[in-house]
Design a protein around this ligand. Structure first.
Ligand code: FBP
Length: 517
């Protein structure tokens, strides 16, 4: 294929169709480097005793893996997250020439219907380092009934599968754990891979983050940074931005740490500190009024999409159909609810109240205004915009971190299967250790759709975590003045390329944002 520099304008436009933009060509060509452990003849796993029980740690081996050939299927499950294709590439690279890799079309649904096809290296390399899940597709079907388990068994027997790799979030990995138990006697091993932009599939230092979180938050932080940069330029708008991330607020916290907006809400704080809807709205409106009085009549409010689930007043105000509309795992479809508009409308009403009784709201630090400033606030107009950043961040080309991380998760998942391990989720730590954590040890009960349901515990933002504490210590300053920053687009070369998410670096106790391999 010619590069864009060698083509006429007309050819350049037509020949960049089908994943052949200059950017995609360059990314596809970028080689992936295996970490030391995967450069060995084979990889073995040894038991490691830890505070969360016995886990497995990968070690290099000089011996050739001589197990009989294997037939392995891989599927995506749930929402897309950047780097999924590189998991499959890592998986393919970990297998031996005598092994066969099948792709399952359209997620768990394809496993039920037996919609599998053999995955060639050429097909996978065509999407190497690129975003999306389009090589296979995905869906949110939960495998729960006896008939569904039987359908999986039929597929396993039909394709003579020895292994299934489930690339998914907490719900999909719960399903992976159940499938691992169910298929044990069939000698078919099941391994999970931690995927979700929500970042709520974490296990302390053993599983620092799910893949896709870094890319999604870098995309959102770029967009939020651009809007923040617009605000003191046009000097007239307040932007209410809802950010994707069901239940947990890791995404909102990460984007806040990257951009430092005047207001960012964290659902877990609202829940743990029992903060009422009125208190939230009063806080937003007071900050707006304060800034108007100080001549800063603009700003950004970050709202995690899961907030709705944590505020009974808000959820009760929704039409019954919206509450009933849940996915196959019993999750409320929070991405479809316009929380940002609801909060904006309430804020406008509260601002009218502050206009009428300014001293009730603006006579105490940290949002105290002088008489003249109150007059300035009272003569200011409030203009607003709403945004929802969600789907923009799930399928972008993986960041440098997600590119490498996912490739190694794939290499590790393949190594587990070649070691006859089952019921584990693969992980890579910030010190580049490849670990396997037993899925059964992560399962707890959650109320879903009013029923107690076994699920992998969602890792929510902890109020005593270093990331939240740092945010808490700075946010009043961010509200009172303009200290925002614009991180720009994610980079693949140069000094800003190899950056970890800030929340991960803080919570893992690292002293640098840089990751090395
Ligand atoms: P996963 O947990 O499957 O990774 O999906 C997460 C997510 O992106 C949430 O942030 C969002 O609420 C939801 O998916 C949207 O789902 P859908 O793609 O069905 O609209």
């Amino acid at each position: 294929m010619q590069t864009i520099h060698q083509l006429t304008l007309a050819d350049a436009i037509t020949q960049t169709e089908s994943h052949h933009s200059l950017f995609e060509q360059e990314r596809r060509k970028t080689p992936l480097k295996k970490s030391k452990i995967f450069q060995s003849q084979s990889v073995q796993f040894v038991d490691q005793q830890t505070e969360i029980g016995t886990i497995l740690k990968a070690i290099p081996s000089t011996e050739k893996n001589t197990l009989p050939s294997k037939r392995i299927a891989v599927l995506f499950s749930g929402g897309p997250a950047a780097g999924g294709h590189n998991v499959i590439l890592g998986l393919k690279h970990s297998l031996r020439p005598e092994d066969t890799l099948f792709g399952v079309k359209a997620g768990p649904k394809g496993l039920l219907s037996g919609d599998l096809f053999e995955l060639s290296l050429v097909a996978i390399e065509a999407v190497q380092n690129l975003g999306g899940f389009d090589l296979l597709g995905s869906d949110r079907t939960k495998i729960k009934t006896d008939d569904q388990f039987q359908a999986v068994l039929n597929t396993v027997r039909k394709f003579k599968l020895n292994g299934i790799i489930v690339i998914g979030g907490d719900d999909s990995n719960t399903n992976a754990s159940q499938l691992a138990d169910f298929l044990k006697t069939e000698n078919c091993h099941v391994i999970g891979v931690p995927k979700t932009i929500d970042g709520d599939l974490q296990w302390g230092k053993f599983l620092p983050i799910s893949f896709g979180f870094d890319t999604a938050t870098k995309v959102y932080a770029e967009l939020v940074g651009n809007i923040l940069q617009d605000t003191p330029s046009s000097r007239k708008y307040w932007h209410f931005v809802k950010l994707m991330g069901r239940s947990a607020s890791h995404v909102a916290l990460e984007v806040a740490l990257q951009t430092k907006p005047p207001i960012a809400l964290i659902s877990e704080e609202v829940k743990d500190r029992n903060i009422s809807l009125d208190t939230i709205v009063t806080h937003i409106a007071t900050v707006i009024a304060y800034r108007q009085g100080r001549g800063l009549n603009y700003g950004v409010v970050l709202i995690p999409e899961g907030l709705i689930e944590f505020i009974p007043d808000l959820i009760n105000s929704l039409p019954a159909e919206l509450i009933k509309d849940r996915d196959s795992h019993g999750n409320l479809k929070v991405s479809q609810i316009e929380t940002e508009t609801v909060l904006l409308n309430l804020t406008q009403k509260k601002l009218a109240d502050i206009q009428a009784k300014p001293t009730s709201y603006l006579s105490q630090e940290p949002y105290k205004l002088t008489e003249t400033e109150i007059q300035k606030f009272q003569s200011s107009e409030f203009s607003s915009n709403t945004h929802f950043f969600g789907y923009e961040g799930r399928c972008g080309a993986p960041s440098a971190f997600d590119t490498t991380y996912t490739y190694h998760l794939g290499l590790g998942a393949g190594a587990l299967i070649l070691n006859n391990k089952t019921g584990y989720i693969i992980s890579m730590t910030t010190s580049n250790d490849i670990l396997a954590l037993p899925l059964s040890g992560m399962i707890t009960e959650e109320i879903r759709d009013e029923k107690a349901t076994p699920v992998i515990e969602k890792a929510l933002v902890k109020l005593d975590s270093p990331a939240f504490k740092y945010f808490e210590s700075r946010r009043t300053e961010w509200a009172r003045s303009d200290v925002f920053s614009s991180p720009g687009p994610r980079q693949y070369y140069g000094p800003t390329a190899n950056q970890l998410p800030i929340t991960v670096a803080l919570n893992q106790g690292l002293d640098s944002l840089l990751f090395t391999q």
